[in-house]
Design a binder for this molecule. Structure first.
Ligand SMILES: Nc1ncnc2c1ncn2[C@@H]1O[C@H](COP(=O)(O)OP(=O)(O)OP(=O)(O)O)[C@@H](O)[C@H]1O
Length: 287
């Protein structure tokens, strides 16, 4: 993207400020929003569009930036010498443009253009296993997962799994052209079913390219833990969802999965990613 800097006088959540929207990567970092409140009492604030922003909306003179940002006050330092745990929270920043609606529409378009250039998934098919783990997946989905996808403007189609083998059945016949990825709100069991369902398909060679994400809502959640750890992310539901929204992708060795859940754990240390691109090397692993 062409490197551009747009400067505006604004109010950020009501406080007068001067803000700059930088696009492109000319400065070393990615696109970002920076602002300093009038009087300069508070430090300059910034949001990285790639790492902090879920979505944007222009409304009249306002641009609402839906962010998921580290909350310094809530960061916990469990013990001296341990890595500081960053806790992210949803926060909206409302930029009211002094120059009016035209400026807001222009910023809205530029911000959306930046977000679109990241190749994030826009349409996801989401399995929720209500019986995984402590049987709280439906609650977790409604309270923590759906709101984040909605803030990011992701279109979601949800399927609650109704019985053992259901996710496999659905994945074996799903119209994959309608989605950019499949997400499992579950433990490892449903993920294994989805992979097996995909491998059952006649178009499996194409179908294995479908990214699959996992949000921990099972008992062990070994896959979600390992993937988040490998990506340097905190192990939490919201961090897993955010990684999926951002379209983090890494290759996953599907051969390990189809041979049974026990084998997953021995291979995890080599499989990174939150939305995984499945990579299958040999037809012999097809079921
Ligand atoms: N509605 C349902 N009723 C009964 N079983 C189900 C239903 N939906 C899915 N299942 C089965 O539940 C199994 C376990 O699910 P899941 O992996 O989500 O949770 P878990 O076993 O608690 O977690 P983990 O695998 O991480 O230890 C899956 O293999 C799936 O076949």
């Amino acid at each position: 993207m062409e490197d551009r800097h747009a400067y505006e006088k604004v109010r950020v959540n009501g406080a007068p400020a001067e803000a700059t929207l930088s696009t492109g990567t000319g400065g070393g970092g990615g696109p970002e929003l920076r602002w300093r409140c009038a009087g300069g009492v508070t430090a300059e604030r910034s949001l990285s569009l790639e790492a902090d922003v879920l979505g944007v909306e222009a409304n009249g003179k306002e641009v609402v930036v839906r962010a998921f940002v580290a909350d310094a006050a809530a960061a916990s330092c469990a013990a001296v010498g341990k890595r500081r745990r960053e806790i992210r929270r949803r926060k909206d920043y409302v930029f009211e443009m002094a120059a009016g609606e035209g400026a807001a529409a222009a910023w809205g378009d530029t911000l959306r253009g930046c977000l679109d250039s990241f190749g994030r998934p826009k349409r996801l098919f989401v399995f929720v296993n209500p019986f995984g783990g402590k049987k709280r997946a439906n609650k977790i989905y409604a309270a923590e997962i759906k709101p984040l996808f909605e803030a990011a403007g992701v279109q979601i189609t949800t399927q609650e799994t109704k019985h053992r083998g259901h996710a496999r059945e659905v994945a074996s016949s799903l119209d994959l052209g309608r989605y950019d990825g499949i997400v499992c709100v579950s433990g490892d069991g449903v993920l294994v079913e989805v992979v097996n369902g995909i491998l059952q398909r006649t178009d499996w060679k194409e179908a294995v390219k479908m990214p699959i994400g996992i949000v921990p809502a099972g008992t062990g959640n070994g896959m979600a833990k390992s993937l988040l750890h490998a990506a340097g992310e905190t192990y939490s539901v919201s961090d897993a969802v955010f990684a999926i929204i951002r379209g983090h992708k890494q290759s996953l060795d599907v051969c390990a999965i189809v041979q049974g859940q026990e084998r997953i754990f021995s291979v995890l240390s080599m499989t990174w990613g939150l939305v995984a691109d499945i990579d299958i090397e040999s037809e012999k692993y097809r079921l």
